[in-house]
Design a protein around this ligand. Structure first.
Ligand SMILES: [Fe+2]
Length: 534
């Protein structure tokens, strides 16, 4: 389930019918990470719920440090939490709140410290309404009817029969007649990039990408009863599986060797003979969450008379130390060669006499000296590593990868989108609202823009004009005058605190106003009070 980099339009979700209590206050949810070992219960009633657990987890291994069976209370449903986000002013806090809800009742700090990139985790909630309002089969039907969904580009029809995977995509648009006929014939339907078609999935991912600091993508999978859509495989992303409807049997396997651990590329399809014993085997029910790191092989099938609909949230594709160093080290070598004569001295004339594979067993002391010289020079590279510059380039790439922000009502009202200018009675009215030095402003959201120096110029890259389809748009940026760099940095750093335009560190009032106006007009700034026409 490769969730990243896939294209896709629009759907409105219904509201949840009932409002749940915040999970810290009441209710019960079972979280069953790998190899369950009960560590605590928040409520006595959890015991009986545990007895009813249909999850089968395999016997505990000797590594039980990360095994958990936790219980807590109901959290709000997807519709509730997305509505709640609209009332949280800070985008950072929105991102933290949504992730907290996603993995509730597990505390986020526990998840990141003990389980992230390490273990498969099952959160069993016994709350079929937990994801209501996020995405449904009815939404998929609506998307097929109303959006230009193309087979192969946006939707895959596939089945896995007798150990073989078949993709049965006809050419052209995935109209309901074709898609549902394939489903009826036993094909799973995979909607790539539902965020392009669904406003709620877009909001869900756009908020979470700020939590991860990495692109967040998704796929939706609809599987008919008694079928399996995809062969066993592992992916190159951290995967969160949200069971939206129906039931599905999942089997998850640890990486088979160290080379598959935290894999940077997805695997080919495996046969059943390639697999060992699953580390987690469970039937996901609506409201449940399954997480597994990249490199964990997985397969899933519908067993009974029920269909299954799940959404896979994916993130952290190629976001590793290795990827960072791949960018840093060539630049560090280049800088070292320019700045340090040691890197420009010639190699020993005779080094080929004792170095190379044919001499690898040699005890020649010149070989030892050569290796030591390499180690010393590599260690010195750290002094020349342009770490901040590479971090800026990765941040710039993340800005380009990002979904455009979903604005809260407040952000819409207080940004350029809320200006009362409009066409009325044959002419534009309410024209001319302007910022002044007394206007208080902050960035629209945290993480929507990044200041990057390139080729002696300063550019502000931003997400607000990105497409909901991955990289459909080129990177968007504004050039920032060096005289306004300090002011720009202050605005980026001070979020969510307001700054008076007249307090921006510029040489002149003109510079203050031109920077603030440029950002406001692009939809990058928010004012403390609505702008009015003088
Ligand atoms: Fe997958």
């Amino acid at each position: 389930m490769n969730g990243l980099g896939d294209p896709a339009g629009l759907a409105r979700r219904g509201r949840v019918r009932r409002r749940r209590q915040p999970y810290a206050a009441s209710g019960s949810v079972l979280a069953v990470p790998l190899r369950p070992r009960k560590i605590r219960r928040h409520r006595r009633s959890v015991a009986s719920r545990m007895a009813a657990l249909s999850a089968q987890t395999l016997p505990p291994s000797d590594d039980s440090s990360d095994s958990r069976l936790e219980a807590a209370a109901d959290g709000p449903g997807a519709g509730d939490v997305l509505a709640e986000l609209n009332r949280i002013a800070s985008s950072r806090r929105r991102a933290a709140r949504l992730f907290e809800w996603l993995i509730a009742p597990m505390p986020p700090e526990h998840f990141y410290r003990r389980l992230w990139e390490r273990e498969a985790v099952l959160v069993r909630r016994q709350d079929h309404a937990y994801y209501r309002g996020l995405f449904s089969t009815a939404d998929l039907d609506s998307v097929l009817r109303h959006e230009d969904v193309q087979f192969g580009q946006h939707l895959d029809a596939a089945r896995y029969v007798r150990g073989r995977r078949e993709t049965l995509n006809p050419p052209g648009r995935a109209l309901p007649a074709a898609a549902w006929s394939l489903y009826q014939a036993g094909c799973s339907l995979r909607l790539l990039c539902p965020q392009a078609f669904s406003h709620t999935v877009w909001q869900f991912l756009a908020v979470l990408q700020e939590q991860f600091g990495s692109m967040a993508g998704s796929n939706v999978y609809l599987t008919p009863p008694n079928s399996q859509g995809f062969a066993p495989h592992y992916d190159d992303i951290e995967a969160f599986v949200l069971q939206l409807e129906g039931r599905k049997l999942w089997r998850v396997y640890r990486p088979r060797d160290s080379s598959e651990e935290l894999a940077l590329t997805s695997s080919p399809n495996f046969s059943q003979e390639d697999l060992g014993e699953p580390v987690l085997q469970t039937v996901l029910e609506p409201g449940d969450l399954l997480y597994f790191p990249r490199g964990f092989i997985h397969q899933a099938e519908c067993q009974d008379g029920s269909h299954s609909l799940h959404l896979t949230l994916s993130t952290y594709q190629r976001n590793t130390w290795g990827d960072f160093l791949e960018a840093v080290l060539p630049l560090a070598v280049q800088a070292a060669i320019e700045e340090n004569v040691e890197f420009r001295r010639g190699l020993p004339r005779d080094f080929m006499d004792y170095m190379g594979a044919q001499h690898s067993d040699s005890k020649d002391p010149r070989r030892t000296a050569f290796m030591e010289k390499v180690r010393v020079l590599v260690a010195r590279l750290g002094h020349f590593a342009p770490v901040d510059a590479v971090a800026d380039q990765r941040a710039k790439d993340f800005i380009h990868d990002s979904l455009p922000p979903v604005l809260t009502d407040r952000e819409r009202a207080l940004s350029v989108h809320g200006l009362p200018i409009r066409w009325e009675a044959g002419k534009p009215v309410n024209v001319g609202a302007q910022l002044t030095t007394e206007t208080e402003v902050h960035m629209l959201q945290d993480g929507i823009a990044r200041l990057v120096g390139e080729g002696g110029h300063l550019f502000l890259y931003y997400t607000v004009e990105n497409s909901r389809v991955y990289h459909l748009e080129e990177p968007k940026y504004l050039e920032i005058d060096p005289q306004q760099a300090d002011a720009m940095e202050l605005l980026l750093r001070s979020y969510p605190e307001f700054v008076r335009v007249g307090d921006l560190p510029c040489d002149s009032v003109e510079d203050q106003l031109s920077l603030a106006t440029m950002l406001y007009d692009k939809g990058l700034l928010l004012t403390k009070a609505p702008l009015t026409v003088n």
